[in-house]
Structures are given as C-alpha cells and as structure tokens.
Design a protein around this ligand. Structure first.
Ligand SMILES: Nc1ncnc2c1ncn2[C@@H]1O[C@H](COP(=O)(O)OP(=O)(O)OP(=O)(O)O)[C@@H](O)[C@H]1O
Ligand SMILES: Cc1cn([C@H]2C[C@H](O)[C@@H](COP(=O)(O)O)O2)c(=O)[nH]c1=O
Length: 212
C-alpha cells in the first residue's frame, strides 16, 4: 500500500490515560492546522463499534479466548480498510487508541494464547500495516484500574473486570513488546500528572512528524 500519512498508536494498560492524552494531542495538532484523524480500537466505525459491544459485554462471560482474539482482529481489519488506510492515503496523521499490540498483550499474554499465534491471525488482518510510532503509557495495572474505579462515568467492561493475574500478564506482554520493538515503541511514564504526560507525548510526536 502506498501511504503518505503517519500512523501513530497509543498503547498501555486500562486506565493509563491514553484516551485523555490523545484528545489533548488532537487539540494541539488541530491548532497548528495539521489534518488529523483520531480513532480507536476496537471501534472507530459502525461495524467495528458493533463488534466492540459484543466483545466487551459483561454478559458474554462464555466467550472463548480464540473467539475473542478473532473478533478483535475482524474489527481491526474493517477499521483499517474503511478508515485508517484511506486517511493515510490522503496524507493525514492518524492517532489510534490501541492497535495490534493490544491483541499481542491482552490475548497473547493475558489470555495465554501466545504472542506469535496472535500475531499470525493478525497478519491476515493488518496485511503489512504497522504503526510508524507507538506511544506506550507505562503504569501498573493496579494504578490504572484504580483510576478507572474512581471515574464513576466510566462503565467497567468485561475486560476491565478480568482478574488481577490477567492484567499483570498483559503488563508483562507490553514489557516484551517494548524489548521487541525498541525503535517503534516509546514508553512514557503515565503515572505523572496529566499535563506532564501530555507534554512528553507531544515532544515525541512532534519529533516524529518533523522527521517524516
Ligand atoms: N496523568 C493522569 N493522572 C491522573 N489521572 C489521569 C491521568 N490521565 C488520565 N487520568 C484519569 O484516569 C482515568 C482513565 O483515563 P483514560 O480513560 O484516558 O485511560 P485509558 O488509558 O484510555 O483507559 P482504557 O484503555 O481503559 O480506556 C480518567 O478518569 C482520566 O481522567
Ligand atoms: C484493541 C484491543 C483491545 N483490547 C482490550 C483492551 C481494553 O480492555 C478493551 C478496550 O477498551 P478501551 O476502553 O477502549 O481501552 O479491549 C484487547 O484485549 N485486545 C485488543 O486487540
């Protein structure tokens, strides 16, 4: 695929601050007149939002881990084809809240399916598209989940409600990914105050955009 845009993903445990900071970065980019598309996984478009509801529904306790992994990959494919790839072809900056690294960490490590196995089903979905840059929001699962718990407006979904063991395995998965992709994934300390985290992310993204 020919692309002129820049694909940037935000990753990390639940409650790390990704969505909040992404919103702040979008505002700053738009103020500078940069054409930006902000989106999320699973979701971002009609079909993928429907798949999201199926995956995260607390009533779907019987969902098999492989089914879960396949649903995330299916939502990813549709979102890429319908929204991300067209935006990149138009030369836009795409900021995406989660992408394939989430599947590697959550389904690969969290569910114990294996990161290589989960990558292999995702290879079909992403067909070679990987982010140009990934910002990893580093926070322990304990602290991230505590933040979510404090936010009364935020409903706890099926994944949030998983065991602490699951969330610790997810965290370990991200640590492996940081070692595996040291150039693509840059870690920020997500435990700092919001303004400081935003500033750090802004510096990393500005540097990336200046070198493109
Ligand atoms: N740096 C910060 N310090 C303290 N609280 C924060 C910080 N960043 C975000 N928060 C708060 O933590 C909660 C979770 O933030 P947010 O929804 O942005 O996280 P997230 O990484 O997108 O989570 P999830 O992946 O579960 O959707 C929100 O209530 C938000 O206001
Ligand atoms: C893309 C993706 C996501 N997940 C998990 C991570 C979160 O617990 C939820 C999504 O909720 P958020 O509030 O939008 O962060 O889904 C996953 O397990 N695998 C994935 O590929």
């Amino acid at each position: 695929m020919l692309k002129n845009g820049v694909f940037i993903t935000f990753e990390g445990p639940d409650g790390a601050g990704k969505t909040t900071v992404l919103g702040e970065i979008v505002k700053r980019l738009e103020e500078k007149g940069v054409s930006v598309v902000a989106t999320r996984e699973p979701g971002g478009i009609r079909i993928a939002e429907k798949i999201r509801n199926v995956i995260l529904d607390n009533e779907h306790q019987e969902m098999d881990s492989r089914t879960e992994a396949l649903l995330y990959a299916a939502a990813r494919r549709q979102h890429l084809a319908e929204k991300v790839l067209p935006a990149l072809q138009e030369g836009k900056i795409v900021l995406c809240d989660r992408f394939v690294d989430s599947s590697l960490a959550y389904q690969g490590m969290g569910r114990g399916l294996g990161m290589d196995e989960v990558m292999s089903i995702n290879a079909f979905a992403i067909d070679g598209t990987m982010p140009d840059l990934t910002i990893y929001f580093d926070i322990t699962p304990e602290e991230g989940l505590q933040r979510i718990g404090k936010n009364e407006a935020r409903e706890q979904n099926r994944l949030d409600n998983e065991s602490m063991r699951f969330h610790k395995n997810v965290y370990e998965g991200y640590q492996k990914l940081l070692k595996q992709y040291p150039k693509r994934i840059i870690s920020v300390d997500a435990t700092k105050p919001l303004l400081e985290v935003t500033e750090n992310v802004w510096k990393i993204i500005s540097a990336q955009l200046n070198q493109e």
